[in-house]
Design a protein. Structure first.
Length: 193
């Protein structure tokens, strides 16, 4: 991998965090294939393709999205997700629309060029990484436990939150928190440095 100022003018080589995320997405996709969850495997395949596109394609703009539009879209989509029946076609469409809106709003551009992270942002990144890795390890352990001892109960994270999401209030709180975090990440990730 090249480093230094002459590498900055050309296309940047893959950095190890990007390689790690691609490997994680690929491993999760393989686990979904082993489970026979073809739709979930396709989602992770699309995620891999999008990460690759974000590396290869030029930026689409220099202006970050307007915060009022991001908040409006997040609120509207959170309300739709909260009101639609779980696991129905409407819910699937709402989640897919949410992903497309987030992708368009957060697509890399000149405003998201590399810049030094503040100590607070580093701590936040480490905290999120710990949470995500712990969740992935839990899911993997439950998946393996279910394969090794199929007669014993294994509890995926979705099984643990199902009782909460089966209530209207729980579904509304989850949808609001999910879209609030998404709006924060889109706005923070596209902020000019």
């Amino acid at each position: 991998m090249e480093q230094g100022s002459d590498a900055a003018g050309r296309s940047a080589p893959l950095r190890w965090p990007v390689v790690c995320w691609l490997a994680i997405l690929a491993l999760i996709g393989v686990a979904q294939l082993v489970r026979g969850e073809w739709f979930d495997a396709a989602v992770f395949l699309v995620a891999i393709a999008l990460v690759c596109c974000s590396i290869l394609l030029p930026p689409h703009g220099t202006h970050p999205p307007r915060p009022d539009l991001v908040v409006f879209a997040a609120t509207t989509l959170a309300a739709a997700v909260a009101l639609l029946p779980r696991h129905g076609t409407g819910m699937i469409v709402a989640v897919l629309v949410t992903g497309v809106v987030a992708l368009v709003a957060g697509w890399p551009g000149a405003a998201s060029a590399r810049r030094a992270w503040t100590p607070g942002l580093r701590r936040l990144a480490v905290a999120w990484a710990v949470i995500l890795v712990a969740g992935c390890l839990w899911e993997l352990a439950q998946f393996i436990a279910g394969r090794v001892a199929p007669t014993q109960p294994s509890f995926a994270l979705s099984d643990l939150v199902d009782p909460l999401l089966d209530t209207e209030l729980g579904k509304a709180v989850f949808a609001g928190a999910w879209l609030s975090c998404g709006a924060f990440l889109v706005l923070r990730g596209r902020r000019g440095g």
